[in-house]
Design a protein around this ligand. Sequence first.
Ligand code: SAH
Length: 202
Amino acid sequence: MNKSQLIESLKSKGALKTNDVIKAFEQVERENFVDTVYRPYAYTDEALPLFSGQTISQPYTVAVMTEALELHKSQRVLEVGTGSGYQAAIIAEIIGKRGILFTIERLSRLVDFAKQNLKDYSNVDIVLGNGIHGLPEKAPFDRIIVTAAASEFPKELFAQLRDGGKMVIPTIDNRLLIIIKKGGEPMAESLGSFVFVPLVND
Ligand code: SAH
């Protein structure tokens, strides 16, 4: 498959829906976010290996998470689990130059890889650390996306979400949740069943 075939297939499955998200998928070259040996498979709808047992998420999953966030231009966004930086690039395209994405990764090798992959994005700030604690000094965020599966309710992250804001987060029992903050309270809905690497707390 090439990029346009992948995009058509994600549209027909209902994963890609809105113009802004489709445009971002057209703009970002997924082949630049995988190891050279996996480049021939960059536009297959599959998760691919990165380093240290981590994976770049499946395009279908990236599409569902990005659509669920309902991103707008100029928003302030936090991502936990930078990995390759592919999901970060998709978000950066949508929020535009006046938006800002902070993305946290706990493995320094992946921080270096993502920095290289995202060097043309002036609206992305990559931080090495344990993302479970978020970035209180940069809060509040309009949107939060966690790309590794959590074993408990992400209290610290939820506290850093603006009221009316949205957070997408997978759980270790393989559910993908969208959590909306309304009057300070969480309202959660499941987006379906998805498997993620675990969110590591260290
Ligand atoms: N969004 C990525 C997918 C990354 S997979 C992409 O588009 O490629 C999940 C990532 O979360 C892995 O890189 C893993 O190292 C990272 N991770 C796991 N627990 C974490 C934590 N507590 N803080 C920050 N990153 C974490």
